[in-house]
Write a protein that binds this ligand. Structure first.
Ligand SMILES: Cc1cc2nc3c(=O)[nH]c(=O)nc-3n(C[C@H](O)[C@H](O)[C@H](O)COP(=O)(O)O)c2cc1C
Length: 200
């Protein structure tokens, strides 16, 4: 699939076939996430990766009703901002870097025939705080978004479904996290130590 066709054909997929995603395809998806640009090459993200239905449900619990697709998904990847690695003069770039990683993973999946949907976590702080608690995240690690993956169930996708109503989110104070040492300079490589299977 050429790049333009990939970008143009992508759509959110929320219903999935009972078909596993191979290890090879999972690695391609994660590598695509790590291949995007990041501010000063900070690569200030990590990923919690799961195929375990219990962990998929835990991720869905933290994000609330709109994360329903995770309960049906074959794979979930939570993108986390790694503030210790972020660009110190403007650490908020972590949000952009995480978003780029997410979109790259979605497009890689699409090229492999795997559907996905983005499930927003940050900046809805109720969701952020629930994920931090549920996954026992360190102080410098912030949940960014979750992507649910699976082979598209085209028949189910065509049916009308009730929208999963988002909850109202309370205002929270701005985050103020300590910055750590400079990021390791790595370009476009697959980094297995950024992947945490099922839990942090
Ligand atoms: C930041 C962000 C958060 C999103 N959160 C959710 C969500 O919680 N639940 C959901 O079903 N879709 C979610 N989506 C998917 C959007 O609803 C979807 O991308 C949009 O409706 C456009 O449809 P398309 O992706 O098929 O082009 C999110 C998308 C983005 C970019």
């Amino acid at each position: 699939m050429d790049t333009i066709t990939n970008i143009m054909s992508r759509r959110s997929v929320r219903y999935y076939l009972d078909k596993e995603i191979s290890d090879e395809d999972l690695k391609t998806i994660l590598h695509a996430g790590m291949a995007g640009p990041s501010c000063t090459n900070a690569r200030d993200w990590s990923f919690i990766v799961t195929r375990d239905p219990e962990v998929l449900n835990l991720m869905a619990d933290g994000n609330g009703g709109p994360a329903g697709p995770l309960r049906r998904a074959k794979l979930g990847i939570m993108i986390l901002g790694d503030l210790e690695r972020a660009f110190k003069p403007a650490p908020d770039y972590w949000v952009i870097d995480g978003a780029i990683a997410g979109q790259n993973m979605i497009l890689a999946a699409n090229a492999l025939g795997i559907g996905s949907v983005w499930l927003g976590t940050w900046p809805q702080m109720e969701r952020v705080n629930k994920q931090i608690a549920n996954f026992n995240l360190p102080d410098t690690v912030i949940p960014h978004s979750i992507i649910a993956f699976g082979y598209p169930d085209e028949e189910e996708e065509k049916k009308p479904h009730m929208p999963e109503k988002p909850k109202d989110m309370p205002d929270m104070p701005p985050m103020d996290k300590p910055m750590g040492p400079p990021p390791k300079m790595v370009k476009g490589e697959y980094e297995p130590d950024r992947i945490h299977m099922d839990r942090w």
